[in-house]
Design a binder for this molecule. Structure first.
Ligand SMILES: [Fe+2]
Length: 354
């Protein structure tokens, strides 16, 4: 693998034109250490002498300082919505009960426990990842101890994936792959590779990506899981679609996001400035950094902006105790009960595709 330029563990949003050999290495777990230090320095004891409303205000300010929320008043508003009441005390008690805490406990203790249990004080989990832009001048070697996710923006007919056992697969524009372990990419074309070290995905190739997503996302956007997690927690590879005139709500993610712009145009707004998104531009978003994607006119396409997004982890996926093979195996009435409850719980989401 050639490296013409290497960016080491960036802490702010990176948008770059696809450049053969460009590498973004995110293998340093000390990234975002300022935030980690701020989290460790929190002391809620002085809050105990304050009136209830002021304790809630302090929690709200703390959430903004720790980059948990961006909008003033979010903490109290979130509790009210959770408790389905205009009274923040009701929301706090409901949240405490939901987390198995004593709802009658001291307010500061309850706030501290909620912040603790929702991971506010935790440092983001580190996932060792590398972004690399295939260089047609030399084969790209894929290491054995990792899973390699790839998206082909464009390429010559000779562009292909080669595996150690001699099999090889042609790589077509707008297709994607997931390769566990060793292999290599040869030929001319723009292939963005996201390598997840220490994981073992399932070999898969697919595409071309569809013109619109299968699942609803925020602000009218949609997405499709191109490579779903083989197990709960595993990495996943997604296509993300933005309709015209999108003004996405500012948000963060608990782990890094990285990908490439496939088609359309847009702007990524961050606290450090705006970044133009045009086809072929790669992006890398460190954990817990605020951002929002905006689009303009759709140019006649259903999706005004289409991007590929890699996630190094997931809060979704099958487990040994919860997967379709097992869930649909009945030998007691109990299994029918559980299966029916699961199906009922998933019904509102089943109409997302259109
Ligand atoms: Fe995002």
């Amino acid at each position: 693998m050639r490296s013409s330029r290497v960016l080491e563990s960036p802490t702010t949003f990176v948008v770059e034109d696809y450049t053969p050999g460009l590498t973004i290495s995110f293998r340093d777990p000390t990234a975002n250490s300022d935030l980690a230090r701020a989290r460790e320095a929190v002391d809620l004891e002085p809050w105990r002498s304050l009136p209830f409303e002021e304790q809630i205000e302090r929690a709200d300010l703390l959430c903004r300082q720790l980059s948990v929320s961006e909008r003033a008043g979010d903490f109290g508003e979130s509790l009210k919505r959770f408790g389905e009441s205009e009274d923040v005390r009701v929301g706090l008690a409901a949240a405490a009960t939901a987390f198995g805490l004593r709802p009658e406990a001291d307010t500061v203790d309850t706030i501290a426990a909620l912040l603790e249990q929702t991971g506010v004080f935790q440092r983001a989990s580190h996932f060792s990842v590398r972004l690399y832009c295939h260089d047609p001048q030399a084969p790209t070697a894929l290491e054995e101890d990792a899973t390699h996710f790839g998206f082909i923006l464009d390429g010559d007919p000779g562009l292909r994936l080669e595996l150690p056992d001699g099999r090889h697969y042609p790589l077509y524009p707008h297709s994607y792959f997931c390769v566990p372990g060793a292999g290599r990419i040869t030929g001319a074309g723009r292939v963005e590779l996201l390598t997840s070290f220490g994981t073992r995905g399932l070999l898969s190739l697919g595409g071309p990506i569809e013109p619109w997503g299968r699942l609803k996302y925020i602000d009218g956007c949609t997405d499709t899981m191109l490579v779903p997690p083989a197990r709960l927690g595993a990495p996943c590879f997604n296509a993300l679609y933005f309709p015209a005139e999108t003004r996405q709500t500012q948000h963060t993610h608990p782990s890094l996001r990285a990908g490439i712009v496939v088609s359309g145009e847009g702007v990524c707004k961050t606290p450090n400035g705006d970044h133009a998104l045009v086809p072929g531009r790669i992006f890398f978003l460190p954990p817990e950094t605020w951002h929002a994607f905006h689009t303009g006119d759709d140019g006649g396409q259903r999706s005004a902006l289409t991007v590929i997004a890699f996630h190094p982890d997931s809060d979704f996926g099958p487990t040994d105790d919860d997967h379709p093979m097992l869930n649909r195996t009945y030998f007691q009435f109990l299994h029918r009960l559980r299966s029916s409850l699961r199906t009922r719980a998933s019904e509102p989401a089943s109409s997302a595709n259109s």
